[in-house]
Design a protein around this ligand. Sequence first.
Ligand SMILES: C[S@@+](CC[C@H](N)C(=O)[O-])C[C@H]1O[C@@H](n2cnc3c(N)ncnc32)[C@H](O)[C@@H]1O
Length: 249
Amino acid sequence: MPSCRPLRLANSIYNRFVQATTWLTVGAIAAGALVLAGLAYWELVVAEGAHLGQRVVVLLYDWTAQRYESIKKFDIEYEDRALGQPLALALRRITPCQVLDVAAGTGRLARSLLRQPAFAGDVVNLDLSKAMLLHTRHHQSQHARRVHRVQSPASRLPFVDNTFHAVSFLEALEFLPDRKAAVREAVRVLRPGGWLLLSNRVGPDVPWLSGMTFSRPEFLAVLSELGLCEIDVQPWELDYDLAWARKPL
Ligand SMILES: C[S@@+](CC[C@H](N)C(=O)[O-])C[C@H]1O[C@@H](n2cnc3c(N)ncnc32)[C@H](O)[C@@H]1O
């Protein structure tokens, strides 16, 4: 009778091979899933969809609109000290005055400005996300007649040149595919002598946001190339620089 040993050996080698390839496949699938999850986290959470286009950014903001305020946890005193009070002071001699908040989100700028007794004017909240704009109404009902909502892209503002006494553009420049053109558009609708408030992202996430932010020297260069004067750039919040600049008379 022939020995079964070679057959058993072959069987055992085959079984080990099947086991090894199964584990390798499972490992490769798990590694792939981890890489995909990492990419999705980076693109959808860190970069907030910016590399995937305007539609994805707006869709993400439509989805998060209801939670935006609780995520941001705006501190009223800080908001007033950094935004509302200095802007109301800068605009105190102008009545009535018109302010535009580009990519206004849930209307933080309008809220802070309208809390200032020195401010006598209206604010236009412009955003591309309808859900974010709906929340401006929710948060600003006591000033309903002084707050206006416009759904529009920041890259093409539906206003004639030299309309507003101040234009703000906070925490949003990084979502625009052509940042320089977006700043030019904000300056276009600003009146001579008017103030621009513009943020540029600078925090620790910047290396992950390739092509979405200006370096500090670039930011200053863009503001001066547009002919703005009285430029002052200061660190703001954790992740931004905030520029104040004036359109010459
Ligand atoms: C981080 S939030 C900032 C909102 C507000 N400025 C603030 O500081 O709380 C970014 C906002 O930009 C808006 N946005 C993004 N891309 C836009 C675009 N191309 N045009 C207009 N708004 C845009 C989003 O819908 C969102 O409301």
